[in-house]
Design a protein around this ligand. Structure first.
Ligand code: CMX
Length: 444
C-alpha cells in the first residue's frame, strides 16, 4: 500500500515548485562559472571541485555539517523526541533532510508508524542472507541483503510499466520508506547471526526506529537506545561528494532504483578510508592499550605508538578529513555523550588522550591537511562500552544511518530530474599539454 503521510504530501507540494524554480534558474544562469578545476584537483580525487548540487546538508570546512541549514546542537534541540529526555529520533531528522522542514511531533510519529508497517523483511531475503558464510564481513552481508530486496522495487516495476518522469520521485520515496524500515531488521539479523546464537529478536512496537535496532540486536539499555538514536542521526548525511553518498547518487543517476544505489553506496562505505575507519580506529586503540598491558596509556606512550604506526606506512584512523579542517562536530557530539555516560571508561580516557597527542604528531608529518579527529575516532569507544565489542559490525551501523542521507538525496535527485552523471576524462598526456600551453602563455 502506498504511503499517505504528511511527509509525502509535503514533498508533493515542494518538488514541483522547486523544479519550476530550478529550471528557470538554470535557463537564465546556466553559463555562469561556479568553479575552475586545477590539475591538482584532477589528479587528487576531484577534491573540493564544486560539481554537485545538494540541499539536504552542507559541510563547512571549519564549522562541520549543517543538516538543511541546522547545526547538530540545533537539530538536537528542535527535532521532536520519542521521550522528553531522549535524543531525537533519526527518522525525524530524515523528515527534515527530505523536506527541509522541521516535522511536527505528529508528523514524526506518523512516519515512525509508516516505517513500522513496512519493516517485515521478505523470507527470500532472509534465506539469501542465511546462505552466506557467517564469517563473511558484515558489510558484505548488508550490501547483499539490500541488493536482494531489489526484486520488489516499486521504482523498477513502475519504470518498466512506463511511469511518467514526474512520478519518479514518488516511486523512489516508496522504495526508500521500505528500505529504511527494513535496514535495522537486517542489520540486527546480521549481528545476531554473526556474533550471537542467531535467535531473531522481534521488534518492540513501543520503540522508535533507532531504539528498536538496539532492541533487536539484543541490547535493552536506555542509554544505549539514546546512543543509537544519536549515532544514526549524526552519520546520516554529509553532503553528496563523500564516497558513499556520491556512489548512491551516481548509480541512481542511471535511473537504477534505491536498492541498487544503496547497495553500491555501502560497498564504498566499507572502505578503510571511509566508513571502515570506525572499525580500524577501535582496533588501533585496542592495539595501543594491549601494548601497555590493557591500561590507559600515558601521553608519551600514545605518541610513541602513533609514530610506530606512521613509520610503518599506515594512517592513524579516526583523524583527518577530505573536507573538514577542524574537529568534526559529530566527534564532539559523541565525545560529550562519553563525558556524560562513561567518563571513567578506560577506552574513553584513551581517546581523550589521543585528542591531545595525535594532532601535533600529524602536524609534524607536514602533509596532513586536517590533523583533527573525525567522526570515527569516538564511535567504537562508545559501542564497546555497551557491549558491542565486535568491531567489524561498526560500519554496518554507519550504513544504516547513511542510508537516510542517500535516500533523501535520491528522492530529490529524481524530483529535480538530476541527469545521468558523466564527467569527462582526459589523458595525462593531455594534462601535460595543457600545462605546457599555460606556461608558454604566461611566458609570452
Ligand atoms: N594519518 C596519517 N596520514 C594521514 C592522515 C592520518 N590520519 N590523514 C591524512 N594523511 C596523509 C594522507 O595519507 C596523505 O598522504 P600522501 O600524500 O602520502 O598520500 C596526506 O596526509 C594528505 O592527505 P589529506 O589531503 O590531508 O587527506 P585526504 O583528503 O587525502 O584524505 C582521509 C582524507 C580521511 C582519507 C585521510 O585523512 C585518512 O586516511 N584518515 C584516516 C582514515 C579515516 O579516519 N577515515 C575516515 C574519514 C571519515 C569518513 O569518511 O568516514
Amino acid at each position: 500500500m502506498e504511503a499517505n503521510i504528511e511527509l509525502k504530501k509535503t514533498l508533493a507540494r515542494l518538488i514541483p515548485e522547486w523544479n519550476k524554480d530550478l529550471r528557470a534558474f538554470v535557463k537564465e544562469n546556466g553559463s555562469v562559472k561556479a568553479d575552475e578545476v586545477s590539475i591538482d584537483q584532477i589528479m587528487g580525487g576531484m577534491r573540493s571541485i564544486k560539481a554537485l548540487p545538494c540541499d539536504t546538508s552542507y559541510l563547512d570546512a571549519m564549522e562541520g555539517i549543517r543538516f538543511r541549514g541546522f547545526t547538530i546542537p540545533e537539530v538536537r534541540e528542535k527535532l521532536p523526541k520519542p521521550a522528553p529526555d531522549a535524543v531525537p529520533s533519526p527518522l525525524a531528522l530524515w523528515h527534515l533532510l527530505l523536506t527541509g522542514e522541521m516535522p511536527s511531533a505528529a508528523a514524526a510519529q506518523e512516519l515512525e508508524e509508516e516505517i513500522r508497517r513496512r519493516s517485515e523483511v521478505p523470507a527470500y531475503v532472509m534465506d539469501a542472507m542465511r546462505a552466506l558464510p557467517k564469517d563473511m564481513h558484515p558489510m558484505t552481508q548488508l550490501s547483499i541483503g539490500v541488493l536482494a530486496m531489489q526484486k520488489d522495487s516499486v521504482f523498477a516495476k513502475k519504470y518498466s510499466e512506463g511511469m511518467k518522469k514526474d512520478e519518479h520521485w514518488d516511486a523512489m520515496l516508496e522504495d526508500s520508506l521500505t528500505l529504511v524500515a527494513r535496514l535495522p531488521v537486517i542489520a540486527a539479523f546480521i549481528y545476531r547471526r554473526t556474533y550471537k546464537d542467531g535467535t531473531v529478536i522481534p521488534a518492540d512496537p513501543k520503540l522508535d526506529w533507532a531504539a528498536n535496532m538496539a532492541h533487536m540486536m539484543g541490547v535493552d539499555n536506555k542509554d544505549y537506545q539514546n546512543l543509537c538514536r544519536l549515532y544514526l542521526l549524526l552519520h546520516s548525511d554529509h553532503e553528496s561528494g563523500n564516497v558513499s553518498a556520491h556512489t548512491g547518487l551516481l548509480v541512481g543517476s542511471a535511473l537504477s532504483d534505491i536498492y541498487y544505489s544503496v547497495s553500491a553506496a555501502l560497498n564504498g562505505l566499507a572502505g578503510p578510508l571511509h566508513g571502515l575507519a570506525t572499525q580500524e580506529c577501535l582496533n588501533w586503540i585496542l592495539g595501543l592499550m594491549k601494548a601497555y598491558g590493557g591500561r590507559t596509556p600515558t601521553k608519551e606512550e600514545v605518541e610513541k605508538y602513533a609514530w610506530e604506526t606512521l613509520n610503518a606506512g599506515h594512517v592513524i584512523p579516526g583523524f583527518g578529513h577530505a573536507v573538514l579542517r577542524n574537529t568534526d562536530p559529530r566527534y564532539v557530539a559523541q565525545s560529550d555523550f562519553g563525558a556524560k555516560y562513561l567518563p571513567e571508561d578506560p577506552i574513553y580516557k584513551t581517546v581523550t588522550t589521543m585528542l591531545e597527542v595525535i594532532p601535533p604528531v600529524l602536524r609534524q608529518l607536514g602533509k596532513v591537511k586536517n590533523p583533527w579527529p573525525n567522526v570515527d575516532a569516538m564511535t567504537g569507544c562508545l559501542q564497546q562500552h555497551y557491549g558491542i565489542t565486535e568491531t567489524d559490525f561498526y560500519t554496518v551501523i554507519f550504513g544504516v544511518s547513511r542510508a537516510l542521507g542517500i535516500t533523501a538525496q535520491a528522492v530529490w535527485a529524481r524530483g529535480i530530474h538530476f541527469p545521468l552523471e558523466r564527467p569527462k576524462s582526459v589523458t595525462t598526456r593531455m594534462l601535460k599539454d595543457i600545462a605546457a600551453k599555460s606556461k608558454a602563455g604566461a611566458a609570452a
